[in-house]
Design a protein around this ligand. Structure first.
Ligand SMILES: [Zn+2]
Length: 137
């Protein structure tokens, strides 16, 4: 073991991150390309390399609300906001667009080399969040 950092928690394994990522697999827009799943695993690793439970909670929060698979950036954002205040909804709870979820589903044309372009569901940041994080005075 290089160094002697006072870190009592063992680091999570690749298989742990893969298992967590697979929880998104029930959502439309879940990347069926391995590279896409690797990106989700990468952001989970960035959030924490040791706290499986926290990552599990972040994903549960997303699964309870999301209608489409979040992008890596959104996972990161939700984790950050959850750590800040676990009870705070991400978006405006009264928002007619997202009902507090903070992002809305949208359809985007995806073109992967060699394949005919197809429409995929993606999560788009809801406009109420921009208002919520803006100047409230
Ligand atoms: Zn909204």
């Amino acid at each position: 073991m290089p160094g002697s950092q006072p870190n009592p928690k063992p680091k999570l394994h690749d298989s742990d991150f893969r298992e967590l990522v697979m929880r998104f697999s029930g959502l439309p827009g879940f990347p069926f390309e391995e590279s896409g799943r690797n990106e989700l695993a990468r952001v989970l690793r960035r959030i924490t390399q040791t706290d499986f439970q926290f990552l599990d909670q972040v994903i549960t929060t997303i699964m309870d609300k999301a209608k489409v698979c979040p992008t890596p950036a959104e996972v990161l954002e939700i984790a950050g906001e959850k750590r800040y205040d676990p009870n705070q909804p991400i978006g405006d709870p009264d928002c007619p667009q997202c009902h507090g979820v903070g992002f809305v589903g949208s359809t985007q044309l995806v073109a992967i080399g060699g394949l005919a372009p197809y429409e995929a569901d993606v999560a788009v940041r809801c406009q109420c969040r921009d208002e919520a994080t803006g100047d409230r005075s």
